[in-house]
Ligand binder design. Structure first.
Ligand SMILES: Cc1ncc(COP(=O)(O)O)c(C=O)c1O
Length: 402
């Protein structure tokens, strides 16, 4: 019998920056396996019935019938350019006109966040985020720096007074300013809150005063229920890097997102985007969008998600025990619930056993202890009757653990 030699010991071979990153909590811990029948109030996914499966299938067929193997080549198809054109038109319509050199199509906005972090961060440079913020962005930033500061969010978005005080203290102490400030102004993940117009102006003003770059993640920006507010990029295109995504309005598996920012930054991100383009996916999406009445499509999404938001809020009002409170989102996918006196991470196992899933607040904070009594619910993915039943189950769990 041949002796199998032990393989090389890899951990000691990683460079210091990689070892530091790998010492962080394992990614994806917020997504434990769910028991069968569990109502998934945890998923930030679109409603499966609203993902345009047939239209995508038709786009795929039209594309391959017309272009044969072109979209399957490295260099891809002219329809990829149609996608870029669509993004530029949509951005212009929303008050954010773009030069070609200011746009990079990415594999979802996750890749966009990662590329921006990659070119702007290193271990010596802090990044500032909201508290709470999108957990995957936190994971990505932790791969590049351990210096992450968080500015509190309230019902009107990031607290710009707290930010101003923090910036002033930073400057007074001669400490390094953040390489950028990562902010989700529209229907923030996880709280669902909207950054008020007044605070948008205040934020841009602070960015100008302290020479800051704002990275504006707008994954939910199209999904407003009342009326849209101007994006940060509309207010200060010179210092805002805008990240867009089709995941929440078409389908996340397509992996189509983009960076819209100053040409020099976009060029640097493109330099390090070594997975090349994704011709097939980009061409299919370009073909799909070319035939789509996007206003009608997104209008239908807004109506469905608005109704779901109402169902979820109604169920919370009906079932939740005294003292529990929550946000009232004006768009997006999420409601943020505060349960004083309950450790939401500890109580997740009970909730899963009772057939309902949520995301414990701790995952959304640089300092997980700040999230102990919070949890995120999503109203996007689950049909209306299940939304109400999920909240009823959750309320029973919270009563029992209190
Ligand atoms: C705030 C935010 N940014 C980015 C993403 C990632 O989106 P994509 O699928 O485009 O990578 C999400 C998805 O949950 C999100 O909530």
């Amino acid at each position: 019998m041949t002796q199998v030699k032990p393989g090389p010991e890899f951990a000691s071979r990683f460079p210091a920056a990689i070892r530091a990153a790998l010492a962080q909590p394992e990614p994806g811990q917020w997504m434990p396996p769910l028991p069968p029948g569990c109502i998934r109030l945890s998923a930030g996914y679109p409603d499966p019935a609203l993902v345009p499966v047939d239209a995508i299938a038709q786009a795929c067929q039209r594309l391959l019938a017309r272009e044969r193997d072109l979209p399957l080549r490295y260099l891809g198809s002219p329809r990829m350019e149609a996608l870029r054109g669509w993004i530029r038109d949509r951005m212009a319509m929303r008050g954010m006109p773009l030069q070609d050199s200011e746009l990079l199509v990415t594999a979802g906005s996750c890749q966009a966040i990662d590329l921006v972090a990659r070119v702007l961060l290193d271990r010596a440079r802090p990044v500032w985020v909201e508290a709470p913020t999108y957990m995957e962005a936190l994971e990505m930033f932790r791969n590049y720096t351990s210096d992450i500061e968080a500015i509190p969010v309230d019902h009107h978005g990031m607290d710009t007074d707290a930010l101003a005080a923090r910036l002033e203290a930073q400057a007074a102490a001669g400490r390094p300013m953040p390489a950028f400030l990562y902010v989700i102004p529209n229907f923030q993940n996880p709280t669902g809150v909207l950054l008020s117009l007044e605070r948008r102006h205040a934020l841009v003003e602070l960015a100008r005063r302290y020479d800051l770059i704002l990275v504006e993640d707008d994954a939910y920006g199209e999904l407003w229920f009342d009326e849209p507010l101007p994006t940060l990029r509309t207010l200060a295109p010179e210092r805002v890097v805008y990240l867009g995504s089709l995941s929440k309005v078409v389908g996340p598996g397509l992996r189509v997102g983009w960076i819209a920012g100053p040409a020099e930054l976009v060029r640097a991100c493109g330099w390090f985007k070594k997975d090349l383009d994704h011709p097939f996916s980009e061409a299919v999406v370009g073909e799909y969008l070319a035939q789509l009445d996007f206003e009608a499509h997104v209008g239908a999404l807004r109506r469905v998600y608005r109704r779901r938001r109402d169902v979820l809020l109604g169920a919370l009002a009906s079932w939740m025990p005294e003292g529990v409170h929550w946000t009232r989102p004006q768009g997006g996918y999420f409601v943020w619930v505060t349960v004083p006196g309950v450790d939401t991470a500890a109580c997740l196992a009970v909730a899963l056993a009772q057939g309902v899933a949520y995301i414990p607040g701790r995952h959304f904070y640089v300092d997980p202890a700040l999230g102990t009594t919070h949890l995120r619910l999503s109203f996007s993915h689950v049909p209306e009757p299940d939304l109400a039943e999920g909240v009823r189950r959750l309320a029973a769990v919270l009563r029992s653990v209190r």
